[in-house]
Write a protein that binds this ligand. Structure first.
Ligand code: BGN
Length: 238
């Protein structure tokens, strides 16, 4: 791997350039366990990829949607990626046939996840792992930035897609199968208090809450051996 978590297969030419975006805070051990499992799979799939870990390095409540928007924006400053895989750190892919690539529609990958009994927790579930091309992510203005705390940002984005008539697709549960890492609940990521109310305005907010309203400060960009670490801070009161 090249510094910053970049890999290009040597015996063939990959058809897509992937940016893997991982929202993160203070889970070094989980991250390394995850990457030790994940990177060999991506190599076996002969993919060209760069791993971006986006760390919220402030004392504010965790904001997954905003971090994913930062990853998308910062990755594009570095290279012209064809496909963005937005990936939680506690979800481990179990089937090598679950190829990480974009098709012609947004893709929900976390279909059969251990912690939900290897089934969807509800039919419109759209959490944990998704794949987008640039055009589709921009069409829906990315993720909302206003969901601080756990829950809802994924449902909000599902509504955005639906509103644009850009319905996502899923792979079969035999292929899109994932184990769940066990971990304690992060105290800096309590249930989002506003999420029910916010969800009701999801379709309307799409126009002004997302990539086009994203504000953050980059504290540092470090090229680690296995990933590019981008540490940011956000100001909730802006
Ligand atoms: C849902 C959460 C999702 C989460 C799934 C699976 C909300 C919004 C209010 C209804 N949605 O309940 O964000 O991915 O559970 O854990 O909380």
């Amino acid at each position: 791997m090249a510094p910053g978590g970049h890999f290009t297969p040597t015996d063939c030419k990959a058809t897509q350039k992937l940016a893997i975006i991982i929202p993160y805070r203070d889970r070094q051990k989980h991250l390394l366990n995850f990457l030790n499992h994940f990177i060999p799979v991506l190599k076996r799939q002969k993919l060209e990829f760069t791993i971006y870990v986006i760390e919220q390095g402030d004392n504010e409540t965790f904001n997954r949607g905003l971090l994913l928007n930062v990853g998308f924006t910062e990755a594009l400053k570095q290279d012209s990626y064809d496909c963005f895989i937005l990936h939680d750190v506690d979800t481990y892919l179990l089937n090598d046939k679950n190829i990480y690539r974009c098709g012609d529609k947004p893709l929900h990958l976390a279909v059969a996840v251990e912690k939900y009994g290897f089934r969807l927790p509800y039919t419109t579930y759209y959490g944990a792992i998704t794949a987008f091309n640039r055009k589709h992510y921009e069409m829906i203005n990315g993720f909302p930035n206003v969901y601080f705390g756990w829950g809802g940002e994924d449902d909000d984005q599902g509504i955005r897609l639906h509103t644009k008539g850009l319905n996502f697709v899923r792979r079969s549960p035999q292929i899109a199968r994932y184990a769940s890492a066990k971990h304690n609940r992060d105290p800096t990521n309590p249930d989002g208090k506003d999420r029910f109310g916010l969800l009701r305005s999801a379709a309307k907010r799409m126009a002004y809450d997302g990539l086009n309203s994203l504000i953050y400060n980059v504290t540092s960009i470090e090229l680690k051996k296995l990933y590019t670490l981008i540490t940011i801070t956000v100001d909730r009161n802006l």
